[in-house]
Design a protein around this ligand. Structure first.
Ligand SMILES: [Zn+2]
Length: 303
């Protein structure tokens, strides 16, 4: 099997727009052009612009290569998007938006937006993927003190999340999910929080799973060891790379961490999967990204 491709090799291969166009077209339309209006397969390609424009030979409607993808509306060239995508998916990379600014020679806002749009594609793909088979669910906290002023009450620095995993007969985890829990206020006792596991199960576990195992205490020894270890590394993994993230954007970083971890078992698997997601996910705008988070209904504490 071929070894992992390095970022240098990758950037050399996709060094200009021309080299990126064919791969993106192949990812969008694996079996050749497909008109989203009439379904026709033939198109006339116009190459007078930066990116090719496809005109359907039946209905004559035009579509650009990046319409309907995460890159739609972006003025940043494809050969800058490609390394960003590689760096976000590569398990050996620890690039954050500040470093991406220097690598791509773009503004911080552009680098931040590119990474968040890629995370949006990851979150969309995760939303369609339910936990199946043997499912373990537990609870843990992300500690964001690197980002926020440390509070005299340690629990105020923590953001709770529910962690779920699909495990196989050998206890190996084949899929992870981490979902932030929104609490109206934090209790001061050391009692476990009665977070809404039912909602998590409804939204993220296949209805074919009859009895998911729910462990309500943090670090419960009965839960899958891999899942417990994963929960324990969440804070360090995110803070080492991003120096702490705000609760507002935490969910996107949790989804990214799950994606990276699941795909780290094989070289470049994450990169390949992420390219496919990027080419087939509608974009999110800067305005939508910075809009106030829509919180779910508050959960109830145990009586
Ligand atoms: Zn058409």
């Amino acid at each position: 099997m071929a070894g992992a491709v390095t970022v240098e090799q990758f950037c050399k291969k996709y060094r200009d727009e021309e080299s990126c166009v064919d791969i993106l077209a192949a990812l969008r339309w694996g079996n050749g052009f497909h008109c989203s209006h009439c379904g026709h397969n033939g198109a006339t390609v116009m190459t007078t612009r930066r990116l090719p424009l496809y005109q359907c030979q039946a209905c004559r409607r035009q579509t650009s290569l990046i319409k309907g993808t995460v890159m739609e509306g972006s003025r940043t060239s494809l050969h800058k998007w490609f390394p960003a995508l590689f760096l976000l998916a590569d398990p050996d990379s620890s690039t954050n938006a500040v470093q991406l600014t220097q690598i791509l020679s773009v503004t911080y806002k552009t680098a931040w937006l590119i990474f968040h749009k890629i995370r949006h594609a990851i979150s969309c793909a995760d939303a369609k993927q339910l936990l199946t088979g043997l499912v373990d669910i537990t609870f843990s906290n992300y500690n964001h003190t690197n980002y926020w002023k440390e509070s005299s009450q340690p629990q105020l620095n923590q953001v709770p999340f529910i962690a779920g995993a699909t495990t196989n007969f050998f206890g190996e985890v084949t899929y992870f999910k981490l979902k932030q829990v929104h609490l109206p206020s934090r209790p001061t006792s050391r009692e476990p929080l009665d977070v809404d596991y039912d909602r998590f199960i409804m939204e993220h576990v296949s209805s074919q799973v009859r009895n998911p195992n729910v462990y309500k205490y943090e670090n419960d020894f009965r839960a899958s060891e891999t899942l417990r270890l994963f929960c324990q590394m969440v804070t360090d993994s995110i803070n080492d790379r991003y120096f702490g993230v705000s609760p507002k954007h935490l969910q996107a970083y949790l989804d990214e961490l799950c994606f990276r971890t699941i795909n780290s078992v094989r070289p470049n698997r994450g990169v390949v999967r992420l390219f496919k997601m990027l080419a087939t996910t509608a974009t999110i705008t800067y305005k939508q990204l910075i809009a106030p988070a829509r919180m779910p209904e508050p959960v109830q504490f145990a009586a």
